[in-house]
Design a protein around this ligand. Structure first.
Ligand code: NAI
Length: 281
């Protein structure tokens, strides 16, 4: 695999493009929003500067990495030569199904179609294509250049060859792949999101204030970030979308999103990316 197309250049897409380019791959970064592409390029450059400061990268490396990333607003042009597509667009089933239907038509027969979805069924996404054996979850963690885990999600029809290729690729990116099966929330978010939701309920019910809740989890459980700080970092809209997938997928009321989380997202308080969430940025 040499040419990777990354679809969506938000929080995750820019990190995924950065990581592939840093490991020598040619990257086409695609977004429907030109402003998002410009901001992704700026974020990647500033994250590379941070690596230069830490002396893990040189200025020359930075230029080489940036030169490997080309941006596109046109999907067909951005995926034309891809060996692998990693989709990191908005966490919405309709958006992903429609994207995969188009990708299936526009990509070469050998192209693997991966989704970075946090929780949407890979089997459902694969069903929008004629190549379900080549559709897989490649779930990176945020921030992508730093976090080691890649949750490799096998859909109902994902072939063992596809799984093996993506596992090997994750290792090539200096990540640690963990294989999981396709059930709502996979493993990472099935465990993380109920914890975040419970933290939001603790604010909603006045058990403690935001900082107190985060301090309990940081100091008491050795979590590097409190759950509310982490929710802001992930994006409250993304957290809400994942909780809804868990709620609908299992039909179990224990996953019902806290009304405070719903209200915050409705009010546009999405966390770090909007400047306001449980904290102000
Ligand atoms: P985001 O909201 O920051 O970025 C999404 C981007 O996708 C936007 O720039 C938007 O313009 C673009 N987009 C939407 N529809 C598109 C289309 N049809 N074609 C091309 N681009 C399109 O979202 P974020 O947080 O980067 O999430 C992306 C995916 O990664 C989601 O599936 C999410 O569940 C997953 N994810 C998010 C994590 C996080 O910490 N935020 C962690 C791991 C996975």
């Amino acid at each position: 695999m040499q040419r990777i197309s990354v679809i969506g250049s938000g929080t995750m897409g820019n990190g995924i493009a950065h990581t592939f380019a840093q490991h020598g791959f040619e990257v086409a970064l695609v977004d429907i929003n030109a402003a998002a592409l410009a901001s992704a390029r700026a974020t990647i450059a500033s994250n590379l500067d941070r690596q230069i400061k830490k002396e893990t990268l040189t200025e020359t490396d930075k230029q080489l990495i940036l030169n490997r990333i080309t941006t596109y607003t046109d999907l067909a042009a951005g995926v034309r030569n891809a060996d692998l597509v990693v989709e990191a667009a908005t966490e919405n089933e309709q958006v992903k199904r429609s994207l995969f239907e188009q990708l299936d038509k526009q990509c070469a027969a050998h192209t693997i179609l991966a989704s970075n979805t946090s929780s949407i069924s890979i089997t459902k996404i694969a069903a929008a294509t004629q190549r379900p054996e080549k559709v897989i979850g490649m779930h990176f963690m945020n921030p992508v250049p730093v976090m080691k885990l890649v949750e490799v999600v096998k859909g109902h029809s994902t072939s063992t060859d596809t799984t093996a290729e993506i596992t090997a690729l994750a290792i090539q990116l200096d990540k640690i792949p963990v294989e999981v099966n396709d059930y709502p929330g996979f493993v990472a978010n099935r465990i993380l999101m109920p914890m975040i939701n419970e933290a939001v309920y603790s604010v909603y019910e006045g058990v403690a204030d935001v900082e107190a809740i985060d301090n309990v989890m940081k100091l008491g459980m050795a979590h590097p970030m409190g759950p509310l700080q982490l929710a802001d970092f992930i994006g409250l809209d993304v957290c809400l979308a994942i909780l809804r997938v868990l709620y609908e997928g299992f039909g179990n009321p224990k996953y019902a999103p806290c009304p405070l989380l719903v209200n915050m997202v409705t009010a546009g308080k999405l966390g770090r990316k909007s400047g306001q969430g449980f904290y102000t940025y």
